[in-house]
Design a protein around this ligand. Structure first.
Ligand SMILES: [Zn+2]
Length: 155
């Protein structure tokens, strides 16, 4: 069976924030934790230690700037990171903003119901298409400077 993450068009395409030399950044369709996103390695490998120094450098660069974008938009109180690969054994990371109190976006209230605990299991929340598009647009706008800076640095 073809790897779900290797497909050009996949369930994250509509949620994509940016495509870089080695990684893709996309919001997670489950937005229970407002701004939750994934970093997916573009080539198929399964183990973190298979990554090259260049891939590792770009990973941290994108991560830093995605976090910065989310901080400007939603003021998360902290971030959780995890990588399982049980259901989709293609190297990717989930980055989950955590919130001590409610946040509002486009009139919708987001409440971190597991604050102080691990993020899973959570009650999935998939926003409307309108909300999805607004969210992708907002994060993209805050992330444009980093896309540009990566290019100008020849990455
Ligand atoms: Zn794959």
């Amino acid at each position: 069976m073809e790897c779900e993450m290797c497909k050009e068009e996949n369930k994250w395409s509509e949620w994509q924030i940016g495509e870089f030399q080695y990684w893709k950044a996309a919001l997670n369709p489950d937005q229970r934790y407002l701004g939750r996103f994934l970093l997916m390695l573009k080539r198929h490998t399964e183990d973190l230690l298979d990554t090259t120094p260049q891939e590792r450098e770009e990973f941290f660069d994108i991560l830093e700037r995605m976090k910065s974008a989310l901080k400007q938009l939603f003021f998360p109180d902290k971030f959780n990171y995890f990588s399982f690969g049980n259901e989709i054994p293609h190297l990717h990371f989930h980055i989950i903003p955590r919130y001590a109190g409610p946040r509002e976006f486009q009139g919708v209230i987001f409440q971190d119901q597991r604050w102080g605990k691990g993020p899973l299991p959570n009650e999935e929340y998939v926003p409307s298409f309108e909300l999805r598009d607004a969210l992708v647009k907002a994060v993209k706008e805050k992330s444009i400077p980093f896309a540009t800076s990566l290019q100008t640095r020849g990455m």
